[in-house]
Design a protein around this ligand. Structure first.
Ligand SMILES: [Fe+2]
Length: 135
């Protein structure tokens, strides 16, 4: 069973961003599965690297759409993205330096952050963007 199951409550009604959120959730699920399967440091490290890279790509796509459309709470989004990016970069670095064991706590943090962010801050822009014709 996957750690996080996508359902319609996650939709932000913008295809590109929903697709990216699905990819990220898939990556967290992969990370969880790799941990449960006892995969080695290198393999887990690669999943972490891909996840960090994809997260940055996603944040820049989302920020671009929000800023181009004059989203009023853009700064809140940017702040949340920057704070999260900093945390995952620290986490990635610590993992690479072997100072961190991938734990359920780390995965739990990723799960809580993403589900909270998508269902909270991200869903708030859905109606705004749709009204601007972005879907
Ligand atoms: Fe966001």
């Amino acid at each position: 069973m996957a750690l996080i199951d996508w359902d319609d409550s996650f939709t932000v009604n913008v295809k590109q961003l929903d697709d990216q959120h699905k990819q990220i959730i898939g990556m967290i699920n992969n990370l969880h599965a790799a941990m449960q399967a006892g995969k080695g440091r290198q393999e887990v490290g690669e999943i972490i690297n891909k996840m960090v890279e994809y997260t940055r790509l996603h944040f820049s796509s989302e920020e671009k759409v929000l800023s181009e459309n004059g989203y009023p709470a853009y700064n809140d989004q940017k702040r949340a993205h920057d704070a999260f990016t900093q945390r995952v970069l620290d986490f990635q670095q610590q993992y690479q330096q072997s100072n961190l064991v991938l734990s359920l706590q780390v995965i739990g943090f990723l799960k809580e952050w993403w589900t909270g962010h998508i269902l909270g801050e991200d869903r708030k822009y859905a109606a705004f963007l749709n009204q601007k014709g972005v879907r």
